[in-house]
Ligand binder design. Structure first.
Ligand SMILES: Cc1cc2nc3c(=O)[nH]c(=O)nc-3n(C[C@H](O)[C@H](O)[C@H](O)COP(=O)(O)OP(=O)(O)OC[C@H]3O[C@@H](n4cnc5c(N)ncnc54)[C@H](O)[C@@H]3O)c2cc1C
Length: 465
């Protein structure tokens, strides 16, 4: 059993007035950037406004995409940067920023290696919607990736003695007379003041929990529940905008198709559950979609049912491969039936219809041919091992594809496409990489790839000054 690890944020009494680099946000992008900068000899600090560390990264469930990795080869999956690039572009409706996408698809494998070099092993793989290959890397334990990654990155932050302050919110970016970024103003709520730095990295996440911003950019989503942590309020986007940064794709908000929301909270049911073999059925117990089509298309199919969502159906064999189900069950989100008849009666379905649906699906898996909906992935196991499970799901706001414009060096760009000196951004805060639909597993990859890049580029910037 892994040793218990408890991270203690740095005491505010230790806050200094100057750091080489200020990193805003303690998610995967921020921590990766800080660790990389530190390893290049810089003295970074991480500022986090919430008491809970790890942002939306904490909630990530399915995994991290990468192509041409050694892990894939160990699983006999032969992949290529080009396919990863092409499928991400297709999934994003061809609207992805191709400069960012090229860097992304060619550096994901290095990011997996970098994590492994830091004792963060993602040596299992699964698949997410819109991808043709098993390229979603996850921990050996098959646990949700988010909590694992945050814990392991915090371990590295602690090992490197990188100061990380919680409950310290950045409210302003400061500049010199030439517009070069010189630091931030931050507040504990009781006390506020300036901190100076040679460079600032914005890693403050998206705006999926900011109803005002969502309503501004996507009025049609007003009032919809969100899977995001409460601190995902787009602060960093507004900070960058105050310095003239360009924003892109702000109306591109991803609605995730499978979110359990019958309680006051919204719980994302990770795509790995479908990736490992679950199907979706309507209230009659019939399938209605290729469950591993892109999130955009699966959401549209659920909306078209007009039935207040749909149901994920799976069995013990699939549950064994998607450990996050243990958590969903522990908080009462999972219906369990000892047989399909039992499950159908709990859900109010016609048992014969559900049994026929599962039998047809099992035939499709055996033949590797889903003639009904053309599903080609997540067909490694059928639904035949009792007990059987169902989770009621419906779409909810999940991810903001829009954000700050950057180039592949993570430099924040102004409206003229010029870099704002000393300002870098990485992670969900950035817009453009995902086009009009993010593929599951690509965001965690983005945080590590561009987090590292930001750490590297501030090193160059500071040394060239
Ligand atoms: C439920 C769920 C499941 C997901 N599953 C997956 C998955 O399996 N695979 C995948 O690739 N992606 C997944 N995603 C998306 C992915 O987790 C996020 O996009 C990614 O983790 C964002 O990382 P980040 O470092 O950019 O931002 P975050 O992890 O959100 O971190 C940003 C941090 O900045 C802090 N902050 C904000 N404003 C300020 C401020 N003014 N001052 C100081 N701090 C501030 C925030 O509080 C937050 O802690 C999932 C998302 C959710 C919500």
């Amino acid at each position: 059993m892994a040793e218990k690890f408890h991270f203690q944020p740095t005491s505010l009494t230790k806050l200094r007035k100057h750091y080489d680099v200020i990193v805003i946000g303690s998610g995967a992008a921020g921590m990766t950037a800080a660790i990389q900068a530190h390893e290049l000899g810089l003295k970074p600090v991480i500022l986090e406004k919430m008491d809970k560390l790890g942002g939306n990264t904490n909630r990530a469930s399915s995994g991290m995409n990468a192509a041409e990795t050694n892990v894939q080869l160990k699983h006999h999956v032969v992949d290529s940067f080009q396919e990863f690039y092409d499928e991400t572009l297709k999934g994003g409706g061809g609207q992805n920023n191709t400069e960012l996408l090229k860097y992304f698809s060619e550096h994901a494998a290095l990011a997996i290696d970098w994590l492994a070099d830091h004792d963060i092993q993602l040596d299992e793989i699964t698949i997410t919607g819109g991808m043709s290959k098993m390229r979603t890397h996850r921990p050996h334990s098959l646990a949700a990736i988010g909590g694992f990654l945050v814990t392991e990155l915090l371990r590295q932050v602690q090992k490197a003695h990188i100061p990380l302050f919680a409950g310290l919110k950045v409210t302003e970016l400061t500049t010199d007379e030439e517009g070069k970024v010189t630091g931030v103003r931050a507040t504990t709520g009781k006390q506020s003041g300036p901190l100076t730095a040679d460079a600032v990295i914005l890693a403050a996440g998206g705006f999926g929990a900011n109803q005002d911003m969502l309503t501004k950019y996507r009025p049609d989503l007003k009032g919809m529940k969100t899977t995001n942590q409460p601190g995902a309020t787009g602060d960093g986007i507004k900070l960058a905008q105050s310095l003239g940064a360009k924003l892109v794709d702000m109306d591109q908000v991803q609605v995730h198709p499978t979110v359990q929301q019958d309680t006051p909270h919204a719980y994302l049911i990770g795509e790995a559950v479908r990736g490992e073999g679950a199907i979706l059925v309507n209230k009659h117990g019939d399938r209605f979609v290729n469950e591993l089509d892109t999130r955009k298309n699966v959401t549209a199919a659920i909306d078209e049912l007009n039935e207040n969502g749909a149901y994920l159906i799976f069995d013990q064999g699939i549950r064994d491969r998607a450990k996050a189900v243990e958590f969903y069950d522990s908080i009462g989100l999972v219906h369990t039936g000892q047989s399909l008849d039992d499950l159908a009666s709990q859900l109010g379905f016609d048992a014969e219809t559900l049994k026929q649906t599962v039998s047809d699906w099992n035939t499709a898996v055996a033949d590797q041919n889903d003639s009904a909906f053309g599903r080609t992935t997540g067909m490694d196991r059928d639904i035949s091992t009792a007990p059987f499970f169902a989770i009621h799901i419906a779409p909810a706001v999940h991810y903001t594809m829009g954000g700050i414009a950057i180039n592949h060096k993570t430099e924040v760009l102004n409206e003229d496409g010029q870099a704002i000196k000393g300002l870098y951004a990485a992670g969900e805060i950035v817009g453009g990489l995902h086009g009009n639909n993010r593929i599951g597993g690509n965001s965690i990859a983005e945080t590590v790839i561009f987090g590292r890049q930001a750490g590297e580029q501030v090193f160059n910037y500071i040394n060239e000054k």
